[in-house]
Ligand binder design. Structure first.
Ligand code: TRP
Length: 332
């Protein structure tokens, strides 16, 4: 049996080049070696209020973007988290073996809760649900951006604790971070990671932005007070633009130096914009083709669920019996 990969993205905000280079592109590549499960984590999205109609639309948009980026539904399952009931079920069982102290230490929880007066319990429980997503599929590898490594560490701790309390039940997963492109920073503020939820038009390049918009955002990107690219003294803004180019173009460090050393920032930005536009064009064309086909996406999500649910249900059944929960005579 091939080892399994699971990953997920929230259907909120707009998917951007940071998500693509940091996660989605790796997912596509992992399909040739692994059995893959790609989850649209709508239950995670509702840890912040989502306008219901918009959430529904975003789930479909994300499914279409997965496909357009190259996830092959014949090989991999694409499904909505809330469509596979085992996610919430296992999350509760895992909650009961997770000390609150572990969750209080999560930097994402601390950052999110610092911004709000009242903090929903969902934000606190968020990493436990994420652990359930992963452990349900006995995933060996979880390809994510580096902001998720603490959550992955917690997943490993929860799995290990459950295994030692109740006997070997879960595969303890590994994180899989991409080498170049794991961390694309905001174009307006290169000290903060590019975010799906950040507001402000200069922050990110969304996967569905048209060429004019990409060009405009890129030309406004924050650089530094040098006039031209200097690999020794460049600031984080210029480094970020070069990372974007290098990741999309799959260039070596030597190629990057040869191409960009001494280039003026205006030319640098034009060149990076050109690369991004060229790389996103086929993805966008495919996206528009997919969404124009009636019923296609629902069929894909249905197939994904049919592939994911039996695997997840099997794990829940094992976990329940390990914990001594009631086992009825028949399943309904
Ligand atoms: N927390 C992840 C993020 O915000 C999304 C996510 C939820 C996830 N469940 C997951 C990622 C399981 C990997 C595996 O990016």
């Amino acid at each position: 049996m091939r080892a399994r990969v699971l990953s997920g993205i929230q259907p909120s905000g707009n998917l951007h080049i940071g998500n693509y280079l940091g996660a989605l592109r790796n997912w596509v590549r992992s399909q040739k070696d692994y059995e893959c499960f790609f989850c649209i984590v709508d239950l995670h999205a509702i840890t912040a209020y989502q306008e219901p109609a918009e959430l529904q639309a975003k789930i479909r948009e994300l499914a279409a973007l997965f496909l357009a980026a190259g996830i092959d539904p014949k090989q991999s399952a694409i499904f909505a988290q809330s469509d596979v009931h085992a996610h919430t079920e296992l999350a509760w069982m895992l909650t009961c073996v997770t000390p609150m102290g572990w969750l209080e230490r999560m930097t994402q929880f601390k950052a999110k809760s610092a911004k709000q007066e009242s903090v929903g319990d969902g934000i606190f429980q968020y990493p436990v649900l994420m652990a359930a997503d992963i452990l349900l599929y006995q995933a060996a590898i979880v390809p994510v951006g580096d902001d998720q490594s603490q959550h992955l560490e917690l997943t490993r701790d929860i799995a290990t604790r459950f295994n030692s309390l109740y006997g070997d039940t879960f595969v303890v997963p590994k994180t899989d971070l991409p080498s170049v492109g794991a961390r694309i920073m905001g174009l307006d503020d290169p000290t903060a990671k590019m975010s799906k939820s950040a507001i402000g038009s200069g922050h990110a390049i969304a996967l569905l932005d048209d060429p004019a918009k990409i060009q405009k955002t890129m030309m406004r990107a924050t650089t530094d007070s040098n006039p031209e690219v200097n690999f020794e003294t460049m600031g984080p803004g210029v480094a970020n633009l070069l990372t974007i180019y290098q990741a999309f173009g799959e260039k070596t460090n030597e190629e990057m130096r040869a191409e960009f050393a001494g280039m003026r920032y205006g030319d640098l930005k034009k060149r990076v914009a050109g690369m991004v536009i060229a790389k996103l064009e086929p993805l966008q064309a495919e996206y528009h083709r997919i969404v124009a086909e009636p019923g296609y996406l629902d069929g894909i999500l249905q197939e994904g669920k049919e592939r994911a649910a039996p695997v997840a249900n099997q794990t829940v059944a094992t976990a329940k019996s390990r914990m001594g929960l009631y086992k009825s005579l028949a399943t309904i």
